[in-house]
Each structure stands twice: as C-alpha cells, then as structure tokens.
Design a protein around this ligand. Structure first.
Ligand code: SAH
Ligand code: SF4
Ligand code: F3S
Length: 436
C-alpha cells in the first residue's frame, strides 16, 4: 500500500529495542498507513526508541529530540518509546513539551492507539495479553529476531531493566515456532532468539501453562525446516546447566558463539551485584562448554568500577579475562541508575579516574588477545553464510562461530553458505577467497 505519511525511527539500546522498533514500524505500516523513511526532515512522525541502561543514552535522548524538534517538518509529531519512556514517563513531556506521546518498553503494542492522541503516556508494566500480537516484523532478509520472553525477574543490583521491562513472562513455544517458520518462509536462514535471561525460558507463561525449559525450546525451534542457524541472547551464566550445555554442543543448528555476561570476575563483587555465581562457577562453565565445543567463541559484558570494587577485585576480573579468553568484550564503566539497589552504595563509589583507567587497561588487554588470535585463522577455510553486499564488490557474512568475513563476490551468493579460505585479518574481521 503506498502512503503519503512518513515515519522516521531511531533506535538506541539493545537487540530487544531493535526488534521493538521493527514491530513499531510493522504496526504503523499495517494500521496507520505509514511508510518508513531514513530522512528525518521528510517525516510526519519521528520516533526515538530509547535505552536507560546507562546515563549516557538518557542524555542522548534529550539532545536528539531537541535537534529533531528544530529540524523537523512543520506539523511533524515526535514520540518517545522504550526503556527511558518507561522510567521517566510524563516527565519527558514536562522537560520537552513538544513531545507528542510517550510509550514504554512494555507497551509497544499500544503504539497504533496513541500516535494520534497528543499528550498520551502509556507506561504500565503490567501483563497485557495483546503484547505479543504484532504485525509481522520485517527483518534483515536472512536473519530474523524473535522474542522468546519479555521482562526480567533477576535483581542485579546495578540494573534498571527489571523496572523498565517488568516481570519476566515466557512467550508460548508455538507462537515462537510459528514466528520462526514465518520468517523462514520469507527467506530467513538464521534466527536470533531474544530475552533478557533466555536460560530461564519456560519458568512462567502468560497463560499459566505448565513449565518448560530453554533447552526444550531450542529443540523445538531447531525442527523448523529451512532454518540453518540458531543464535540467542542473553543467557545468564548462573542458569547454564549441564543439560543446556550438552544441547548447545550437540545441536548442529546452534551457532558456535555464545554470550556469557561475566560482569565481574570478583566473587565478592558478584555477590554485591546479586549475580548468584562465583568466579569459580563462571570459569567452570566456560571450561565445560569449551571442552565440548572446540571452535567455540565466547563474548561477554563486563562492568568496571562497581561500588566497592578494589584493586584486588579488579585483578580477579583480569584473571577471568585471561583464562576465559573472550573473543569479544563489551566493557562498561558502572553508571548509577535510578531505583536500583546499588544506588544505596554511593559511599563506596570508585573514583571516576580509577574507573576510566580500569576500562582502558581492560580494553588494551583484550586488544592484545585479539592481535594474537585473529592471525591464527589465516590459512583456514570456513563455511560462511553470506548476508550482505558491499559497495566495493565484496560480500560479507559470518562463520558458524560468528567471525565476520569479507570476500569478493556478487549478489547471487546472498543467503547462501560458501566456503571461504582466509587470507588476511584485522582485529575484528577476516578477509578471504571463495573456494569450492
Ligand atoms: N539481560 C542482559 C543485560 C542487559 S543490559 C544480561 O543479563 O546479560 C546489557 C549490559 O549492560 C549488562 O550486561 C551490563 O554489563 C551493562 N549494564 C547494565 N546496567 C549497567 C549499569 N548500571 N552501569 C554500567 N553497565 C551496565
Ligand atoms: Fe539486568 Fe540482570 Fe536482568 Fe540482565 S539479568 S536484564 S543484567 S537484572
Ligand atoms: Fe535494552 Fe537499554 Fe532497555 S539495554 S532492555 S533498551 S534499558
């Protein structure tokens, strides 16, 4: 359907927000006759889908909407969605009165009802039966993202997510499988299953049905014919039991790259964070999974300068980094968040200068690891799923363990697996030649 109304959407934050943005676009296309534009100045409706996890993205929200308001087309509306919408609610309109509506992360399904109501604020985090009922989300043609749960029941003391996304509820398995099947019918070969704590999938369903497990879900999803690769994020190291690790190792559809968010390597800081595991448990899990999956790559999240983090605690984190040999690290400096338990530990705050120095040292340590490991891939041949075409005549894709690979090639390779012999590397990607 062609339409004159244009929607511009900007997404901050995590992959859940990316999927939510796809749902917002799909809902507004289907019900409100909008079509998406990349040019903010052409838009009749401007939406920013926000993140609250650290203070920086919150500041970014206000600077961005200020700019949007100055440059937007006459009469264009501005909406704020996502996690900052959940936690600041009507204060957003107080601070920026030109904002037309506010929709929290748990209320995305209401988007079509509020776009035309000036001043509406939808931010409840109660269960809402309509919340999984979206128009089909458009995805990267070869890769689909599918939510498997909403919310989070963990109470990590630094984290605002449970208060922006509410209690954890699992989405019924048949809805997930159906969504995966639909995406595969539309050309997807890979699926990314999304939840804040995917390993606790099945503990509580919205319809009160019997419990299930993430391992069982993986088994069901892998039965979808035509689906070649399954990825998921985020698992929680505490809930990575042996059954899960064994399924991960033997299920050939599961990508050999796993995210294991460490947060800290110090057992006492992990306790203060309420992560529920120790340094030893984490190392035991990485060792077990590496022993069963030799070509595994592990990615992680680390927070430095959590309140009370001593030099010895920080050294424990470096120890784990050296031993677990992470292939990618998302590093963060602790950022105090409203309403979290860690906020009460302000008197233990680590001076900013020390936090910054720790972050830099961690980044350097990881760089040295990448400089050592990436050249070892040169000369090897990998099966690569080709996903995109670059303007320089190269195609780009990912190996089964999620290494990014570039090679000369053309559009008929898109969506296919090809063998690539690696000839060169950078710190974060590989280059090679397609071979038979
Ligand atoms: N549910 C996911 C995390 C979502 S938030 C999980 O448990 O892995 C993504 C990452 O942001 C977290 O893993 C953590 O490393 C970081 N983060 C969360 N709160 C933060 C805070 N207050 N300050 C700094 N980093 C934080
Ligand atoms: Fe936040 Fe912890 Fe839940 Fe992840 S598991 S979203 S870090 S509370
Ligand atoms: Fe994601 Fe940020 Fe919300 S990380 S869950 S968009 S606070």
């Amino acid at each position: 359907m062609s339409s004159n109304k244009k929607l511009f959407i900007q997404t901050l934050g995590c992959q859940m927000n990316d999927t939510d943005s796809q749902h917002i676009v799909a809902e507004l296309e289907k019900h409100k006759d909008y079509s998406q534009t990349d040019v903010m100045e052409d838009a009749d409706l401007i939406i920013i889908n926000t993140c609250s996890v650290r203070e920086k993205p919150v500041q970014k929200l206000f600077s961005e909407i200020g700019q949007f308001n100055k440059k937007k087309k006459d009469g264009a509306k501005i909406g704020v969605c996502g996690c900052t919408a959940s936690h600041l609610g009507k204060d957003i309109i107080k601070r920026a009165p030109y904002v037309d509506f506010v929709v929290g992360a748990r209320n995305i399904s209401k988007i079509k009802d509020v776009v035309d109501i000036k001043g509406s604020v939808e931010i409840s985090i109660d269960n809402d039966d309509s919340m999984y009922e979206f128009a089909t989300a458009k995805t990267n043609k070869y890769r689909a993202s599918v939510n498997i749960s909403v919310g989070c029941d963990k109470k990590c003391t630094y984290c605002i997510v449970p208060s922006t996304r509410g209690e954890e509820l699992s989405i019924p398995v048949e809805m997930i499988v159906d969504q995966v099947q639909k995406s595969v019918n539309q050309g997807a070969v890979e699926v990314m299953l999304l939840g804040q704590n995917v390993n606790s999938y099945g503990r509580r369903f919205s319809d009160g049905r019997e419990k299930s497990t993430f391992t069982k879900l993986l088994q069901e999803v892998s039965k979808v014919e035509g689906l070649e690769r399954i990825r998921f994020t985020s698992p929680h190291p505490l809930h990575m039991d042996d059954e899960f690790i064994e399924e991960f190792a033997k299920n050939k559809k599961i990508s050999r790259c796993i995210h294991m968010p460490l947060q800290s390597g110090s057992t006492s800081i992990l306790k203060a964070m309420k992560r529920g595991y120790t340094k030893e448990w984490f190392l035991n899990r990485t060792a077990k999974i590496r022993s069963l999956v030799p070509d595994l790559r592990i990615t992680t999240d680390i927070i430095v300068a959590f309140p009370g983090e001593t030099e010895a605690d920080y050294q424990d984190t470096l120890d784990v980094v050296r031993e677990a040999k992470f292939d990618q690290i998302f590093n963060f400096k602790y950022s105090p968040r409203p309403g979290t338990e860690a906020l009460k530990m302000e008197d233990l705050a680590v001076p900013d200068k020390i936090g910054s120095a720790r972050l830099i040292e961690l980044i350097e340590l990881h760089k040295r690891h990448l400089e050592a490991i990436m050249p070892t891939y040169v000369g090897q041949t990998f099966s690569v799923l080709v996903e995109s075409l670059k303007p320089n005549g190269e195609v780009c894709g990912f190996t089964d363990n999620y290494l990014q690979v570039f090679a000369k090639g053309s559009d008929e390779l898109l969506g296919k697996f090809v063998n690539v012999k690696i000839t060169d590397n950078s710190r974060t990607s590989l280059k090679g030649e397609i071979v038979q």
